[in-house]
Design a protein. Structure first.
Length: 385
């Protein structure tokens, strides 16, 4: 009889576990699959999200460009609503949300807070160079935001005086975070800049939204970006054939070298999505410095040339030739097909990370103008005059 009762207990336990509403365990805590799927990124590769049945969000962050065969450097955070007394899984840093005070290190990070109308949360930035946003400049001027210095030369006294709950960082850039680590403030890696697709980069707004209590707003903003981007991308795909696509290259000579991004970079991806072929068709995710001759060999006959710089005054073909006389040898120079954005006149890094749909529209208007309204007004990219 005892054996029979034990058997029934086991059977009922198995049934209960199989009917648990689609839940798995994470270090002994129940995972809500439906909520996890809803919170999980659709394009970003640098972070993942799991939601526990008590509402705690487990966020894992890793370099989106890491080789899968390597052991990635990763960071783990458990987002817990303020006032909740819960234990978090081993290996996770507890962060009470929504955070109300933070510091940011890059324009990309700042763009997320601006788009979410959450500048009150940002109490410090690295600097104001090439910053267009008047609200942010005023906040720095009146002390609501402080300038904490650049990577590797941070002012730890100002950082501590700002009383941030967490600091958003870019750990794989120049670094210099040892001094900040010693303060004991939780550092949150924001790796949007390492994403390999424009939508992947833009989706980090959802990452920020979870930390500041604006998850729904972030989801809504990104859903709009995603819809507009993919809608235009589909129109391009309907008409293009590889044989007839225009070709494009990017960059300029600086200090005797030309920085060429790889074929798997997000810039190369947006060129493809806009219906153009990037001249470097390789698997490189970053970029390399090459000599003029190597770039010329790859791009001499390319149809378009994309340039992004911070030229003082009005950039022109004469200025482009003056910077490097051999520039006039490119077909794109001869045919006046240089695509240009001046960061001293346009808030490129300030806005474009959360506006990939607009970047795409600008490029499609150039590569395939028949797909855009005749009176389309570009935001970032224009043809150089």
């Amino acid at each position: 009889m005892k054996a029979y009762i034990s058997f029934l207990v086991i059977v009922f336990a198995l049934i209960a576990s199989s009917c648990g509403g689609g839940k798995n365990s994470a270090n002994g805590l129940a995972l809500t699959e439906a909520d996890s799927l809803g919170a999980a990124p659709r394009y970003a590769k640098g972070y993942s999200v799991k939601v526990l049945d008590n509402g705690v969000r487990l966020i894992d962050v890793a370099d989106p460009q890491d080789d899968e065969e390597k052991m990635p450097v990763s960071y783990h955070f458990a987002l817990v609503d303020k006032g909740m007394d819960v234990e978090v899984p081993e290996g996770y840093t507890k962060v009470e949300v929504p955070i109300e005070r933070t510091l940011v290190m890059t324009m990309l990070q700042l763009s997320n807070f601006t788009a979410l109308d959450a500048l009150d949360v940002v109490r410090g930035i690295t600097g104001t160079k090439n910053l267009f946003n008047r609200d942010i400049r005023q906040r720095v001027k009146d002390g609501r935001m402080v300038k904490i210095g650049m990577e590797g030369n941070f002012d730890t006294e100002l950082i501590l005086a700002a009383h941030p709950e967490v600091i958003f960082i870019s750990p794989f850039k120049r670094g210099g975070y040892d001094a900040i680590k010693e303060t004991g403030i939780t550092l949150i890696p924001h790796l949007g800049y390492k994403e390999l697709t424009p939508l992947g980069q833009a989706e980090w707004i959802r990452f920020v939204g979870m930390f500041i209590g604006k998850e729904q707003e972030a989801d809504s903003i990104f859903a709009g970006i995603e819809s507009r981007y993919n809608s235009l991308k589909s129109k391009v795909e309907d008409l293009k054939s590889d044989a007839g696509l225009p070709t494009v290259f990017s960059g300029e000579m600086h200090g005797g070298n030309w920085y060429a991004v790889g074929g798997k970079n997000s810039l190369a991806q947006i060129f493809r999505d806009a219906g153009a072929r990037y001249v470097f068709d390789n698997d490189d995710t970053g970029g390399v410095n090459i000599e003029f001759e190597e770039m010329y060999a790859a791009a001499a006959n390319a149809d378009y040339w994309r340039i992004l710089n911070s030229y003082e005054g009005d950039f022109s073909y004469d200025a482009l030739k003056a910077s490097e006389p051999r520039n006039e040898l490119f077909k794109a120079f001869k045919e006046k097909k240089v695509i240009y954005c001046n960061m001293k006149q346009t808030p490129y890094y300030e806005k474009s990370p959360v506006m990939p749909d607009v970047l795409l529209s600008d490029l499609v208007a150039i590569f395939h103008p028949e797909l855009m309204p005749a009176d389309y007004e570009p935001t970032f990219y224009r043809m150089l005059k």
